[in-house]
Design a protein. Structure first.
Length: 88
C-alpha cells in the first residue's frame, strides 16, 4: 500500500485520485509521520459500506440469539401470513 503525506496529497491530488481510480488500492495519508486516514475510490468505499451493513446485521442476529430473542419457524411463518398484504 502506498503512503502519501498531507503535503503530497495537497500538491498531487489529481494524480493520486487518478491512481486510486485506476488501481483500486487505498493510499495511506500520513501527517507528522503517523497514519491519519486512507484515501479510497468511491466504488470501493460504497462496497465497504455495504459489507459493513451486512456484518452489522449478522452481529445483530447473533446478539438476538444470545439474548434468546428468537422465534420458531412456525411462529415466524404464522406472523408473516397474518400481516396485511401491503406490509409484505
Amino acid at each position: 500500500m502506498r503512503t502519501a503525506s498531507v503535503v503530497t496529497i495537497q500538491r498531487d491530488a489529481t494524480e493520486l485520485l487518478a491512481e486510486i481510480a485506476r488501481d483500486r488500492r487505498p493510499i495511506l495519508i500520513a501527517h507528522d509521520g503517523l497514519p491519519r486516514a486512507y484515501l479510497v475510490d468511491a466504488e470501493t468505499f460504497q462496497l465497504m459500506q455495504r459489507r459493513l451493513a451486512i456484518l452489522e446485521g449478522i452481529a445483530g442476529g447473533e446478539q438476538a440469539i444470545a439474548e434468546g430473542r428468537v422465534a420458531t419457524h412456525t411462529l415466524a411463518r404464522t406472523k408473516l401470513r397474518c400481516r396485511p398484504a401491503d406490509a409484505r
